[in-house]
Design a protein around this ligand. Structure first.
Ligand SMILES: Nc1ncnc2c1ncn2[C@@H]1O[C@H](COP(=O)(O)OP(=O)(O)OP(=O)(O)O)[C@@H](O)[C@H]1O
Ligand SMILES: O=P(O)(O)OC[C@H]1O[C@H](OP(=O)(O)OP(=O)(O)O)[C@H](O)[C@@H]1O
Length: 220
């Protein structure tokens, strides 16, 4: 058995299926990953699996040479020293600002607040992205960080608005929320550790070439 040239950080959850399909297409054998739901380290094929938000941590530290995660994660963790190499195209979603929907005949307090009147309370799993967006658009926000099910926060009166990801819009709709503003579009990205990018250039270039042939777009 030969040691794999690269260690690849693979996101579990929403991006896992398309990531494994891509890895198969570029010649990385993912059968062991597919067959072992709870196992995390696959030495013989150089795959480690983790939450998407942990991928930049492992890649920055060099615990993985390259990794795949959402653009939304990279925006939130923009302090991480990683090199973004490819837009892989899958996992499309939008980072949006949403509030409770108001019937057209009624006053719309959220619209007032969004017109720079007062401080808006905003729940999110993405505190840096949300704070930066409110700052850039000249409005005041009190950011309330939650770990998930963000849509619940305005329904209970915890906040007036949320900053969250949406793809199909189903979760927003089922909870009576409407999109007010779009902050960013996101897709899966290939990132690399800066040192590995130089020291393992041949192996990383080969991976990039194969992923481009499979549909990825160069972003850097
Ligand atoms: N409909 C969607 N909702 C949320 N994320 C999506 C969606 N479609 C694609 N994604 C991508 O998948 C990633 C989140 O995946 P998932 O929901 O499985 O992770 P998570 O459990 O929220 O993990 P983490 O705690 O790391 O955020 C996002 O960062 C985004 O890039
Ligand atoms: O527009 P949709 O297709 O309905 O997808 C959007 C939902 O998916 C994500 O949640 P996730 O499943 O990651 O769970 P979480 O709320 O616990 O983060 C996101 O936070 C939304 O809640």
């Amino acid at each position: 058995m030969t040691t794999p040239a690269l260690t690849i950080a693979v996101p579990r959850g929403a991006l896992l299926g398309d990531t494994l399909t891509l890895l198969d297409a570029v010649g990385v054998d993912t059968s062991e990953v597919r067959a072992n739901d709870r196992k995390l380290l696959f030495d013989d094929v150089g795959i480690v699996t983790m939450r998407p938000s942990d991928v930049p941590t492992y890649v920055e530290a060099g615990a993985a040479d390259v990794g795949i995660t959402g653009k939304d994660v990279l925006t939130e963790q923009d302090e991480r020293q990683v090199v973004e190499l490819l837009d892989l195209g899958y996992g499309p979603c939008r980072m949006i600002l949403a509030t409770i929907a108001t019937p057209p005949s009624e006053p719309d307090p959220a619209a007032e607040a969004l017109r720079r009147l007062g401080v808006m309370r905003v729940a999110t799993k993405y505190p840096k992205t949300a704070a930066r967006y409110f700052d850039a658009t000249g409005r005041q926000a009190e950011i309330v960080e939650v770990k998930g099910s963000v849509e619940l926060a305005p329904l209970t009166g915890l906040v007036e608005a949320i900053v969250d990801l949406t793809a199909t819009g189903t979760t927003l709709r089922e909870n009576g929320l409407v999109i007010r503003e779009e902050i960013e579009r996101s897709t899966a990205r290939l990132i690399a550790n800066p040192v590995a990018h130089k020291l393992k250039a041949a192996a990383i270039d080969e991976l990039v070439t194969r992923m481009r042939a499979a549909g990825g777009t160069v972003t850097a």
